[in-house]
Design a protein around this ligand. Sequence first.
Ligand code: NDP
Length: 263
Amino acid sequence: MSWFTGDPTYDTILFLAFVLVGMVVVAARVIQSPYGRFASPRYGVSVDPRLGWFLMELPATLSFLYFFSQGPNSGDLVPMIFAGVWCIHYANRGFIFPALMRVARGSKSSFGLLVVVSGWVVTSLHGYLSGSYFSEFGSYPDSWLDDPRFIIGIGIYFSGLALNVHSDAIVRNLRSRDEVAAGIKRYRIPHGGLFRYVSSPSYFAELMAWIGFAIFTWSPGALFIFGISAANLIPRAFATHRWYQEKFPEYPRDRKVLIPFVL
Ligand code: NDP
């Protein structure tokens, strides 16, 4: 199949990746990924969430670096900038975020192995689709840096990343180090930052970052990761909002689900 880049392997995998997005749209309406507050023994073996996140995200870095390095344009300026942004993104998600997680000592493993394994499909595909496109199939002359898509998109991306990191930090600090060292696992209502407006600001910011990424790279792999993240995170944001409302009678009534003032 060759319909986008002219390379049958790339185009076939791209097609299958978009089919996968459609499948996740359907599946995520029925079940939430079984990790964290939605973990369930019904979906099989679970691992420590720090290990789960690390393992799940690892193929994004490995497959990206491998496929990117194979492309003839991997030494060009713009592809190298894209690769730099990629490394920043996945250094946070795949290494820093899991390392900083506060998991109660001795608490039950809560990251479904099923999530790790299905995550591998997504992270490997994303690495391949983006890595090969940036260094081989896409066309990114140095003048791309003056293109409004690059300037606007990278601004949106880094704003989203900053808000995402900030929102994740607010959630992390809901549990003190002493508390987790003592084996206490407690959920609390987050306040401050974008939590003033929505229940899932990390998801809002994550989606914002991927929209920015799609704009500044103008690439199909970015569209794939935005689509699959939206398919996954939008229903999870609704489930999280309901979960907070049911668990905490005092939960702020004017807080929206995902998009400040809108949804
Ligand atoms: P988790 O539900 O695993 O939460 C992260 C950590 O915060 C866990 O240690 C969790 O504890 C703890 N926590 C969550 N809520 C509370 C609370 N109310 N009180 C105390 N502790 C709490 O991960 P998320 O689903 O929140 O996602 C984490 C990040 O990953 C986000 O930035 C998100 O955008 C991103 N992500 C991206 C996806 C994508 O498709 N691109 C998919 C999923 C996430 P515990 O484990 O005990 O519940």
